[in-house]
Design a binder for this molecule. Sequence first.
Ligand code: NAD
Ligand code: WQD
Length: 339
Amino acid sequence: MSHKVLVTGGAGYIGSHTVVELLKANFEVIVVDNLCNSSRVALTRVEGIAGGLVRFYECDIRNSNQLLKVFRENKIESVIHFAGLKAVGESVTDPISYYENNVAGTVQLLKVMRQCDVRTLVFSSSATVYGDPASVPVCEGFPRSATNPYGRSKLIVEDILEDLCNSEAGWRVARLRYFNPVGAHASGEIGEDPRGIPNNLLPYIAQVAIGRREYLSVFGGDYPTIDGTGVRDFIHVVDLAKGHLAALNYLGVNEGLLTANLGTGSGVSVLQMVAAFERACGKSISYKVVDRRPGDVAQCWADPSYAKTVLAWEAQCSLDEMCADAWRWQSKNPNGFVI
Ligand code: NAD
Ligand code: WQD
């Protein structure tokens, strides 16, 4: 009997890559997504890559009647919860949408899960919960803080999940703290497809390489780092996706709450990323060093050893693979999923 998993936000960037891995591992996959930041085409591509079918519901997680219908129509055993908004800058100008989607949406999901007696959940948390870390690498026990409403929405949900696990036996919850997911499936069929001007580094570089943007603005050249630019822990999205299967396996045999970093453990600077992408695409990437972006930290990378110990998972892909796969996706799909 195959295991039935509900993936909220499964049409999105990390969700679609995770659905590929779930189908390949013979899970039955049900996706709920309101398509506010994704395309239905992504799931068609996912089915093509994995050679399996996805049961898709165009549905908002805030709509508990629709969500209940999804649970009633499918014997769901566990949930991977990606659905939410993720643009830091937008969260500052429109905090209500962030608390409504990320916090209230999660509460709706949890209520329906409990009503339907489903108590296994993998939640997309973020390295943003570490705020400006006092040192690197960052361990799970480091103090948490938020510098913007997006980050606060993740902190609040982390706390809700902890309270829930303390309130009642039977919950099996993983809070996975992603570092900086990049890259795309090696087929070049699915990848990150930001709407409007990309907020994140790699999609921006890729759009410069394909000619959609003139140059990259490098936010700050005076950080106390190897070359003055920000340093992050970039992780291949397929490695990240596999971390979710490892978490489901773990929760299959362990009750309670798990919190784990998903990163590579290596820091890469903005300019090192530019150089790696130039190697991958064979073009030079124009850039200008400009002022720091408010709220950015100088450096942040993971200590991933806890995930290795408890989940038997570690990132495999190199920086060059991340860039080669991102470039394959970008060059095969210059306008993303808009055909
Ligand atoms: P994404 O925007 O590509 O995917 C999120 C998906 O959720 C989208 O398909 C969107 O349409 C859907 N969605 C949003 N609100 C919804 C709602 N109310 N009801 C139903 N569907 C809804 O983002 P992603 O990069 O794949 O991120 C997935 C999760 O991982 C998010 O929770 C995000 O905060 C978290 N995360 C992302 C990163 C990153 O850098 N990409 C880092 C750390 C954590
Ligand atoms: C990386 C580096 C920038 C764009 C964000 C969220 C975090 C998480 C991942 C969800 C930084 C520099 C960027 C550009 C640049 N998301 N940069 N020019 O800020 O580490 O993390 O996404 O949870 O919460 O804050 O990622 O890709 O935006 O930036 O110089 O056009 O690239 O200053 O040093 P970040 P990023």
